[in-house]
Write a new protein. Sequence first.
Length: 166
Amino acid sequence: MQQGDVVEFVVRVALSTSPVDPATGLPGTGEPTRRQPPICERMSADLTSSGGVMIERSSSELISIPRKGAGEWAWHLTAYESGEHEMVLRLLAPDPEGGTITVETYRETIMVEIGLMYVVTNWIKEMAPPLQALLGIIVILGGWLIFLFTRRRRRAKHTAKARTGH
């Protein structure tokens, strides 16, 4: 990721009896990462960051996983600090009797490398108009100074020739 990027992060799961491949149609490019965590028919997922990445949930926390389909959780990730950062994905099974106890069935630490190029590029884009104006002022002042300097030298040469000619 580059600093300032916003990407969608999706985790999709299916029961082992489901004919559906949960990796089909995931957003992004490249091959999806596959895991086989223990899951049940109702699950929740939690994604946290140690810093550098702002995480906004874009799906329900608790989902029911269909027998012949897939369930998914999604988040929008915004990279705001360059460097290497850690995110933790946890899958949780709620108490089947409706209590407050949840059991963590899966945990994975995900390392995210955030590059600085976006901020540098954005700074250049933002600073282009003021820098162009400053450059224009410098060119105008420089041209004016050159004009004044060459004008004085010409006057000094003409004055020196006039004095030696008398």
